[in-house]
Write a new protein. Structure first.
Length: 173
């Protein structure tokens, strides 16, 4: 079917514009953290917001008010989880993952790479992206909580200890 009715098209334009404006307003009020790519929970909220917007736009059975309530609920839950996570380390540990050390002082940590399902090629690619020619040029490569790979250039051990504190004792060696 290529065309149903003009009403359906007008509905999409009107509801889409209103839903988009409401979503932008809700996101501005809720702060930068709402769409931050900080952890898996934040990603789920971002995807759910997009899915909710698509449903409101394309499903005639979902009223605009229902969609707006869905936006507000998702953003409110994300805000509540982030608020509790900041105040309760135990709760934060359940919701958020920890960064993982994959390479330390030029040495690949095969066990950690296997647990995190990261290949040597991916670590080497991160090194190249950071302008490093060899693993020995890096103090560390860390798989961050958002899934990105951070490369810490080899410098003094005191600076390494600060940056790598809490990552499997790497900062203490």
């Amino acid at each position: 079917m290529l065309f149903d009715t003009w009403f359906g098209l007008v509905r999409i334009v009107v509801v889409g514009t209103a839903a988009y404006a409401a979503l932008v307003l809700i996101l501005r009020v809720s702060g930068k953290r709402t769409l931050a790519k900080l952890n898996a929970f934040d990603l789920v909220v971002t995807v759910a917001l997009g899915s909710t917007l698509a449903t409101v736009l394309l499903s005639k059975s979902v009223a605009l008010a229902d969609g707006l309530l869905g936006f507000a609920l998702l953003v409110g839950l994300q805000y509540a989880v982030a608020w509790v996570s900041v105040r309760s380390p135990r709760f934060g540990a359940v919701v958020k993952s920890e960064p993982s050390l994959l390479l330390h002082r030029g040495r690949f940590l095969d066990g950690a790479m296997r647990r995190q399902r990261v290949t040597r090629e991916e670590v080497v690619s991160a090194l190249r992206s950071s302008g490093l020619a060899q693993p020995e040029d890096a103090a560390a490569v860390v798989l961050e909580t958002d899934g990105s790979l951070s490369v810490v250039r080899a410098t003094g051990e005191a600076q390494e200890a600060t940056v790598l504190r809490g990552l499997g004792g790497a900062g203490a060696t």
